[in-house]
Design a protein around this ligand. Sequence first.
Ligand code: GRG
Length: 319
Amino acid sequence: MGEQGELAADQHVRYIVTAEKKKDSFESLVMEHLRASGAYWGLTTLDLLHKLHAVDSAEVVDWIMSCYHPESGGFGGNVGHDPHVLYTLSAVQVLCLFDRLDVLDVEKVADYVTGLQNEDGSFSGDMWGEVDTRFSYISICTLSLLHRLHKINVDKAVEYIVSCKNLDGGFGAMPGGESHAGQIFCCVGALAITGSLHHIDRDLLGWWLCERQCRDGGLNGRPEKLADVCYSWWVLSSLIMIDRVHWIDKEKLAKFILNCQDKENGGISDRPDNAVDIYHTYFGVAGLSLMEYPGVKPMDPAYALPLDVVNRIFLSKQQ
Ligand code: GRG
Protein backbone atom coordinates (compact mmCIF):
# COMPACT_ATOMS: atom_id res chain seq x y z
CA MET A 1 0.00 0.00 0.00
CA GLY A 2 3.04 2.17 0.54
CA GLU A 3 3.35 3.62 -2.95
CA GLN A 4 -0.19 4.98 -2.80
CA GLY A 5 0.90 7.13 0.22
CA GLU A 6 -1.59 9.75 -0.80
CA LEU A 7 -3.85 10.29 2.17
CA ALA A 8 -4.42 14.06 2.24
CA ALA A 9 -4.09 14.07 6.04
CA ASP A 10 -3.35 17.79 6.49
CA GLN A 11 -6.33 18.77 4.37
CA HIS A 12 -8.62 16.42 6.32
CA VAL A 13 -7.45 17.93 9.60
CA ARG A 14 -8.13 21.42 8.27
CA TYR A 15 -11.56 20.32 6.99
CA ILE A 16 -12.56 18.96 10.41
CA VAL A 17 -11.26 21.88 12.42
CA THR A 18 -12.92 24.49 10.16
CA ALA A 19 -16.19 22.52 9.66
CA GLU A 20 -16.77 22.99 13.37
CA LYS A 21 -16.56 26.78 13.01
CA LYS A 22 -18.95 27.14 10.05
CA LYS A 23 -22.13 27.30 12.12
CA ASP A 24 -24.43 28.31 9.24
CA SER A 25 -23.20 25.77 6.71
CA PHE A 26 -25.51 23.11 5.28
CA GLU A 27 -23.48 20.46 7.04
CA SER A 28 -23.84 22.01 10.47
CA LEU A 29 -27.59 22.35 9.92
CA VAL A 30 -28.06 18.68 9.04
CA MET A 31 -25.73 17.74 11.89
CA GLU A 32 -27.64 19.80 14.48
CA HIS A 33 -29.50 16.86 16.08
CA LEU A 34 -26.50 14.53 16.25
CA ARG A 35 -23.74 16.93 17.09
CA ALA A 36 -22.37 14.75 19.91
CA SER A 37 -21.82 11.93 17.40
CA GLY A 38 -20.34 14.43 14.92
CA ALA A 39 -17.89 15.46 17.64
CA TYR A 40 -16.93 11.82 18.17
CA TRP A 41 -16.39 11.27 14.40
CA GLY A 42 -14.35 14.45 13.92
CA LEU A 43 -12.27 14.20 17.08
CA THR A 44 -11.48 10.51 16.62
CA THR A 45 -10.31 11.30 13.08
CA LEU A 46 -8.04 14.03 14.44
CA ASP A 47 -6.62 11.61 17.00
CA LEU A 48 -6.06 8.92 14.34
CA LEU A 49 -4.08 11.52 12.40
CA HIS A 50 -2.10 12.52 15.52
CA LYS A 51 -3.74 15.95 15.63
CA LEU A 52 -6.11 15.87 18.61
CA HIS A 53 -4.21 18.81 20.08
CA ALA A 54 -5.56 21.00 17.23
CA VAL A 55 -8.69 21.53 19.39
CA ASP A 56 -9.08 23.01 22.86
CA SER A 57 -9.84 19.98 25.04
CA ALA A 58 -11.37 22.01 27.92
CA GLU A 59 -13.78 23.66 25.48
CA VAL A 60 -14.83 20.29 24.03
CA VAL A 61 -15.31 18.71 27.46
CA ASP A 62 -17.41 21.70 28.61
CA TRP A 63 -19.57 21.44 25.51
CA ILE A 64 -20.05 17.68 25.88
CA MET A 65 -21.09 18.17 29.50
CA SER A 66 -23.61 20.81 28.44
CA CYS A 67 -25.43 17.97 26.60
CA TYR A 68 -25.70 15.99 29.87
CA HIS A 69 -29.03 15.47 31.68
CA PRO A 70 -28.27 15.09 35.38
CA GLU A 71 -31.84 13.90 36.14
CA SER A 72 -31.63 10.88 33.82
CA GLY A 73 -27.86 10.35 33.56
CA GLY A 74 -28.00 10.35 29.73
CA PHE A 75 -26.64 12.72 27.06
CA GLY A 76 -28.53 14.43 24.25
CA GLY A 77 -27.21 14.90 20.70
CA ASN A 78 -26.91 18.65 21.29
CA VAL A 79 -27.53 21.21 24.01
CA GLY A 80 -31.21 21.05 25.09
CA HIS A 81 -31.94 17.82 23.19
CA ASP A 82 -33.46 14.74 24.85
CA PRO A 83 -31.13 12.04 26.13
CA HIS A 84 -30.50 8.96 24.02
CA VAL A 85 -28.12 6.05 24.47
CA LEU A 86 -26.38 6.75 21.13
CA TYR A 87 -25.27 10.23 22.21
CA THR A 88 -24.40 8.89 25.64
CA LEU A 89 -21.88 6.55 23.98
CA SER A 90 -20.56 9.39 21.78
CA ALA A 91 -20.08 11.59 24.86
CA VAL A 92 -18.29 8.81 26.74
CA GLN A 93 -16.09 8.10 23.70
CA VAL A 94 -15.12 11.79 23.39
CA LEU A 95 -14.26 11.92 27.10
CA CYS A 96 -12.16 8.76 26.63
CA LEU A 97 -10.21 10.45 23.82
CA PHE A 98 -9.26 13.27 26.18
CA ASP A 99 -8.79 10.98 29.19
CA ARG A 100 -11.49 12.97 31.04
CA LEU A 101 -13.92 10.32 32.31
CA ASP A 102 -13.31 11.96 35.71
CA VAL A 103 -15.91 14.65 34.88
CA LEU A 104 -18.66 11.99 34.87
CA ASP A 105 -20.92 10.72 37.60
CA VAL A 106 -20.10 7.24 36.31
CA GLU A 107 -22.70 5.44 38.45
CA LYS A 108 -25.47 7.75 37.25
CA VAL A 109 -24.55 7.37 33.56
CA ALA A 110 -24.26 3.60 33.97
CA ASP A 111 -27.68 3.51 35.67
CA TYR A 112 -29.20 5.39 32.72
CA VAL A 113 -27.89 2.77 30.29
CA THR A 114 -28.75 -0.16 32.56
CA GLY A 115 -32.34 1.11 32.86
CA LEU A 116 -32.76 0.69 29.09
CA GLN A 117 -32.37 -3.10 29.18
CA ASN A 118 -35.64 -4.99 28.57
CA GLU A 119 -36.85 -8.30 30.02
CA ASP A 120 -35.75 -10.28 26.93
CA GLY A 121 -32.20 -8.89 27.17
CA SER A 122 -32.62 -6.35 24.33
CA PHE A 123 -32.05 -2.60 24.78
CA SER A 124 -34.20 0.42 23.97
CA GLY A 125 -32.53 3.57 22.64
CA ASP A 126 -34.31 5.93 24.99
CA MET A 127 -37.46 6.30 27.09
CA TRP A 128 -39.64 5.92 23.98
CA GLY A 129 -38.69 2.28 23.68
CA GLU A 130 -37.45 1.60 20.11
CA VAL A 131 -35.48 -1.66 20.20
CA ASP A 132 -32.56 -2.40 17.85
CA THR A 133 -29.31 -4.40 18.05
CA ARG A 134 -27.52 -1.05 17.60
CA PHE A 135 -28.68 -0.20 21.11
CA SER A 136 -27.39 -3.52 22.46
CA TYR A 137 -23.91 -2.70 21.15
CA ILE A 138 -24.05 0.91 22.28
CA SER A 139 -25.13 -0.02 25.81
CA ILE A 140 -22.57 -2.80 26.15
CA CYS A 141 -19.77 -0.65 24.75
CA THR A 142 -20.64 2.31 27.01
CA LEU A 143 -20.86 0.19 30.15
CA SER A 144 -17.63 -1.62 29.34
CA LEU A 145 -15.75 1.68 28.84
CA LEU A 146 -17.10 2.75 32.24
CA HIS A 147 -16.14 -0.61 33.84
CA ARG A 148 -19.81 -1.18 34.68
CA LEU A 149 -20.77 -4.15 32.46
CA HIS A 150 -21.75 -6.15 35.56
CA LYS A 151 -24.74 -3.84 36.07
CA ILE A 152 -26.73 -5.47 33.25
CA ASN A 153 -27.80 -9.04 32.64
CA VAL A 154 -25.00 -9.90 30.19
CA ASP A 155 -26.22 -13.47 29.56
CA LYS A 156 -29.66 -12.21 28.51
CA ALA A 157 -28.10 -9.46 26.39
CA VAL A 158 -26.00 -12.05 24.56
CA GLU A 159 -28.98 -14.41 24.19
CA TYR A 160 -30.99 -11.62 22.55
CA ILE A 161 -28.18 -10.76 20.10
CA VAL A 162 -27.81 -14.43 19.18
CA SER A 163 -31.57 -14.54 18.50
CA CYS A 164 -30.95 -11.91 15.77
CA LYS A 165 -28.51 -14.21 13.91
CA ASN A 166 -29.62 -15.30 10.43
CA LEU A 167 -29.07 -18.45 8.37
CA ASP A 168 -26.54 -16.55 6.21
CA GLY A 169 -24.35 -16.05 9.30
CA GLY A 170 -25.15 -12.33 9.55
CA PHE A 171 -27.26 -10.32 12.00
CA GLY A 172 -30.17 -7.91 11.68
CA ALA A 173 -31.71 -5.14 13.75
CA MET A 174 -34.15 -7.55 15.43
CA PRO A 175 -34.99 -11.28 15.28
CA GLY A 176 -35.71 -12.11 11.61
CA GLY A 177 -34.33 -8.74 10.39
CA GLU A 178 -32.25 -8.73 7.19
CA SER A 179 -28.49 -9.09 7.60
CA HIS A 180 -26.78 -5.72 7.20
CA ALA A 181 -23.10 -4.88 7.69
CA GLY A 182 -23.88 -2.07 10.17
CA GLN A 183 -25.96 -4.36 12.38
CA ILE A 184 -23.33 -7.09 12.00
CA PHE A 185 -20.69 -4.73 13.38
CA CYS A 186 -22.98 -4.02 16.35
CA CYS A 187 -23.68 -7.68 17.09
CA VAL A 188 -20.11 -8.89 16.54
CA GLY A 189 -18.76 -5.94 18.56
CA ALA A 190 -21.13 -6.66 21.45
CA LEU A 191 -20.25 -10.36 21.37
CA ALA A 192 -16.52 -9.50 21.26
CA ILE A 193 -16.78 -7.14 24.26
CA THR A 194 -18.71 -9.73 26.28
CA GLY A 195 -16.33 -12.57 25.32
CA SER A 196 -19.07 -14.40 23.41
CA LEU A 197 -17.66 -14.74 19.88
CA HIS A 198 -18.09 -18.53 20.06
CA HIS A 199 -21.72 -17.94 19.02
CA ILE A 200 -20.50 -16.97 15.54
CA ASP A 201 -19.81 -19.29 12.61
CA ARG A 202 -16.68 -17.41 11.51
CA ASP A 203 -16.37 -18.99 8.06
CA LEU A 204 -20.02 -18.46 7.18
CA LEU A 205 -20.09 -14.84 8.38
CA GLY A 206 -16.61 -14.17 6.95
CA TRP A 207 -17.82 -15.37 3.54
CA TRP A 208 -20.90 -13.09 3.66
CA LEU A 209 -18.76 -10.13 4.72
CA CYS A 210 -16.02 -10.58 2.12
CA GLU A 211 -18.69 -10.82 -0.58
CA ARG A 212 -19.42 -7.17 0.23
CA GLN A 213 -16.38 -6.14 -1.85
CA CYS A 214 -17.60 -4.70 -5.16
CA ARG A 215 -15.83 -4.50 -8.53
CA ASP A 216 -14.71 -0.93 -7.75
CA GLY A 217 -12.89 -2.21 -4.64
CA GLY A 218 -15.31 -0.55 -2.20
CA LEU A 219 -17.58 -2.42 0.19
CA ASN A 220 -21.38 -2.40 0.32
CA GLY A 221 -23.63 -3.06 3.32
CA ARG A 222 -25.71 -5.88 1.82
CA PRO A 223 -26.14 -7.70 -1.53
CA GLU A 224 -27.03 -5.69 -4.67
CA LYS A 225 -26.19 -2.31 -3.09
CA LEU A 226 -23.58 0.25 -4.09
CA ALA A 227 -20.26 0.49 -2.27
CA ASP A 228 -19.99 3.23 0.36
CA VAL A 229 -16.86 4.31 2.25
CA CYS A 230 -18.55 3.84 5.64
CA TYR A 231 -18.73 0.07 5.13
CA SER A 232 -14.95 0.03 5.08
CA TRP A 233 -15.37 0.34 8.85
CA TRP A 234 -18.47 -1.77 9.50
CA VAL A 235 -17.24 -4.70 7.38
CA LEU A 236 -13.48 -4.62 8.08
CA SER A 237 -13.87 -4.25 11.85
CA SER A 238 -16.23 -7.26 11.86
CA LEU A 239 -13.83 -9.31 9.74
CA ILE A 240 -10.96 -8.46 12.09
CA MET A 241 -12.97 -9.51 15.14
CA ILE A 242 -13.62 -12.93 13.57
CA ASP A 243 -10.08 -13.27 12.11
CA ARG A 244 -11.09 -13.25 8.45
CA VAL A 245 -9.83 -9.84 7.28
CA HIS A 246 -7.34 -11.46 4.89
CA TRP A 247 -10.33 -12.44 2.71
CA ILE A 248 -10.60 -8.81 1.51
CA ASP A 249 -8.44 -7.22 -1.20
CA LYS A 250 -7.01 -4.42 0.95
CA GLU A 251 -5.11 -2.75 -1.88
CA LYS A 252 -8.30 -2.25 -3.92
CA LEU A 253 -10.26 -1.05 -0.90
CA ALA A 254 -7.59 1.47 0.10
CA LYS A 255 -7.61 2.81 -3.47
CA PHE A 256 -11.41 3.17 -3.37
CA ILE A 257 -11.26 5.15 -0.11
CA LEU A 258 -8.43 7.39 -1.34
CA ASN A 259 -10.40 8.08 -4.55
CA CYS A 260 -13.24 9.47 -2.42
CA GLN A 261 -11.07 12.25 -0.97
CA ASP A 262 -11.40 15.92 -1.77
CA LYS A 263 -7.65 16.36 -1.95
CA GLU A 264 -7.87 20.13 -2.20
CA ASN A 265 -10.33 21.10 0.52
CA GLY A 266 -10.18 17.93 2.60
CA GLY A 267 -12.89 15.46 3.60
CA ILE A 268 -13.99 12.08 2.25
CA SER A 269 -17.31 11.24 0.54
CA ASP A 270 -19.38 8.03 0.36
CA ARG A 271 -18.18 7.29 -3.19
CA PRO A 272 -15.96 9.02 -5.77
CA ASP A 273 -16.97 12.57 -6.83
CA ASN A 274 -19.73 12.99 -4.24
CA ALA A 275 -19.84 15.74 -1.59
CA VAL A 276 -17.68 15.09 1.47
CA ASP A 277 -18.99 14.97 5.04
CA ILE A 278 -17.59 14.34 8.48
CA TYR A 279 -19.17 10.88 8.85
CA HIS A 280 -17.51 9.48 5.72
CA THR A 281 -14.26 11.29 6.52
CA TYR A 282 -14.16 9.44 9.83
CA PHE A 283 -15.09 6.03 8.49
CA GLY A 284 -12.69 6.38 5.55
CA VAL A 285 -9.75 7.18 7.82
CA ALA A 286 -10.90 4.51 10.29
CA GLY A 287 -11.02 1.94 7.47
CA LEU A 288 -7.47 2.88 6.45
CA SER A 289 -6.43 2.53 10.10
CA LEU A 290 -7.78 -1.04 10.17
CA MET A 291 -5.63 -1.73 7.09
CA GLU A 292 -2.55 -0.37 8.89
CA TYR A 293 -2.19 2.60 6.57
CA PRO A 294 1.05 4.48 7.25
CA GLY A 295 0.74 7.55 9.49
CA VAL A 296 -2.68 6.56 10.86
CA LYS A 297 -2.96 5.30 14.45
CA PRO A 298 -4.28 1.74 14.89
CA MET A 299 -7.88 1.36 16.09
CA ASP A 300 -9.66 -1.13 18.28
CA PRO A 301 -12.28 -2.85 16.08
CA ALA A 302 -14.79 -3.44 18.93
CA TYR A 303 -14.66 -0.13 20.81
CA ALA A 304 -14.19 2.07 17.70
CA LEU A 305 -11.52 4.14 19.41
CA PRO A 306 -7.76 4.42 18.89
CA LEU A 307 -5.98 1.43 20.41
CA ASP A 308 -3.86 3.55 22.76
CA VAL A 309 -7.05 5.09 24.20
CA VAL A 310 -8.61 1.65 24.78
CA ASN A 311 -5.39 0.35 26.33
CA ARG A 312 -5.27 3.35 28.67
CA ILE A 313 -8.81 2.54 29.85
CA PHE A 314 -8.34 -1.18 30.39
CA LEU A 315 -4.73 -1.30 31.49
CA SER A 316 -4.98 1.56 33.99
CA LYS A 317 -5.32 0.60 37.67
CA GLN A 318 -8.34 2.67 38.71
CA GLN A 319 -11.52 0.85 37.71
C1 GRG B 1 -19.24 3.70 17.80
C2 GRG B 1 -18.77 3.23 15.38
C3 GRG B 1 -19.75 3.36 16.46
C4 GRG B 1 -21.07 3.13 16.21
C5 GRG B 1 -22.17 3.22 17.19
C6 GRG B 1 -24.89 3.80 15.59
C7 GRG B 1 -24.06 2.56 15.64
C8 GRG B 1 -23.28 2.24 16.88
C9 GRG B 1 -24.01 1.71 14.63
C10 GRG B 1 -24.75 1.90 13.36
C11 GRG B 1 -24.59 0.69 12.52
C12 GRG B 1 -25.32 0.83 11.22
C13 GRG B 1 -26.71 0.33 11.15
C14 GRG B 1 -24.68 1.37 10.16
C15 GRG B 1 -25.22 1.50 8.82
C16 GRG B 1 -25.49 2.91 8.49
C17 GRG B 1 -26.00 3.08 7.09
C18 GRG B 1 -25.11 3.65 6.08
C19 GRG B 1 -27.23 2.71 6.80
C20 GRG B 1 -27.75 2.92 5.45
O1 GRG B 1 -28.70 1.94 5.20
P1 GRG B 1 -29.37 2.02 3.76
O2 GRG B 1 -30.35 0.93 3.64
O3 GRG B 1 -28.10 1.87 2.87
O4 GRG B 1 -29.86 3.41 3.53
P2 GRG B 1 -27.57 0.70 1.97
O5 GRG B 1 -26.09 0.92 1.95
O6 GRG B 1 -27.95 -0.62 2.61
O7 GRG B 1 -28.19 0.96 0.66
